[in-house]
Design a protein around this ligand. Structure first.
Ligand SMILES: Nc1ncnc2c1ncn2[C@@H]1O[C@H](COP(=O)(O)OP(=O)(O)O)[C@@H](O)[C@H]1O
Ligand SMILES: [Mg+2]
Length: 301
């Protein structure tokens, strides 16, 4: 690699929970460090310096950063409007934001799954409900022909606010006070796990499998989920590629496509994570260089 003649600081958005040295750093901020450790040397090899910067910083603080990565602003859900406004402000001031404000807006509500479905992607059957109660759960059970239904927020992450309902033990008082989505429970999540496919500008980097802890169905590490290596078949890779190719924007700089097996063995999209996904750099040794190369290319354009 040669050092390019347009060496520049690259912003990496953080929040108090992830910023290095912050007194309120979260226990899982090591994921921030892993991502930065993968990217910083790869950018440095091209002459660029990665600079961690709190997303709430005044726009002037970004003045010398032509490109800003939506890194680990993990508290944006608590201030979504302000966060989206900040991305807009940065773009209006001439900064390249990755992923772009438009992509982030589209991806902030899981209703984007409807767009992917319309574009031919295999999705999990979903019933969309504004503020569901137990009658919606019963309706979904009939519609899906399934006695177990998962209820999730349309805007959410980390399985927060999520619940599972079995026909034999329904809570008649259950309700959700925000826009929700109801899906049949896919038992493959427990028998086979969930897959993550990492892409840089729609080019495949690596994949891994996540398994839930015994007795749980959520694969997230906070619930005891574990990752394991996974070498996808060409069919599985094509299924993930079809999701990224269906995103209705130019290829995003980075993407994590989460998938689960349907009853016919084919992969269905669980989520297309385009905002601030953990990119599992440890499992993907090429990731840092792929990202740095793509960033460098964007700076040249
Ligand atoms: N329909 C489903 N069937 C089985 N497990 C599910 C289903 N939907 C979600 N899950 C489990 O819950 C987790 C969180 O759901 P997900 O849709 O990925 O939302 P988020 O990660 O944004 O909270 C998934 O990783 C999976 O383990
Ligand atoms: Mg998820």
């Amino acid at each position: 690699m040669s050092v390019s003649d347009h060496a520049m600081p690259i912003g990496f958005l953080t929040c108090p929970g992830t910023h290095p040295g912050s007194p309120v750093r979260r226990d899982d901020a090591y994921e921030h460090d892993l991502q930065v450790d993968a990217l910083r040397p790869a950018l440095a090899a091209l002459g660029h310096e990665l600079v961690e910067i709190d997303w709430r910083s005044p726009v002037e603080a970004f003045a010398d950063m032509p490109l800003v990565l939506v890194g680990t602003p993990w508290d944006y859900q608590d201030a979504e409007r302000a966060f989206l406004d900040q991305l807009d402000t940065l773009e209006a001031a001439g900064h390249i934001v990755c992923n772009s404000s438009a992509v982030v807006r589209w991806n902030a509500s899981k209703t984007y799954l409807r767009d992917l479905e319309r574009r031919g992607v295999a999705t999990i059957p979903t019933d969309w409900a504004q503020a569901p109660d137990i009658s919606d759960i019963l309706f979904a059970m009939e519609k899906f022909g399934n006695d177990t239904v998962v209820a999730k927020r349309q805007v959410g992450a980390g399985a927060e606010g999520q619940s599972i309902h079995h026909r034999a033990k329904l809570d008649p008082l259950w309700c959700m006070e925000q826009p929700a989505m109801l899906q049949p429970f896919l038992p493959q999540i427990q028998s086979d796990g969930e897959y993550s496919f990492l892409f840089v500008e729609a080019e495949f980097s690596h994949a891994l499998r996540k398994r839930a802890a015994p007795g749980d169905y959520r694969v997230q590490s906070i619930y005891g989920g574990m990752e394991e290596p996974f070498e996808p078949s060409s069919a599985d890779r094509a299924a993930a590629q079809a999701v990224i190719d269906a995103v209705p924007f130019d290829a995003p700089l980075y993407a994590r496509i989460d998938m689960v097996r349907g009853s016919d063995g084919g992969l269905l999209v669980m989520e297309a994570e385009l905002i601030e996904p953990f990119l599992y750099p440890t499992q993907g040794p090429r990731l840092g260089v792929m990202l740095a190369t793509a960033i460098d290319r964007r700076l040249c354009q």
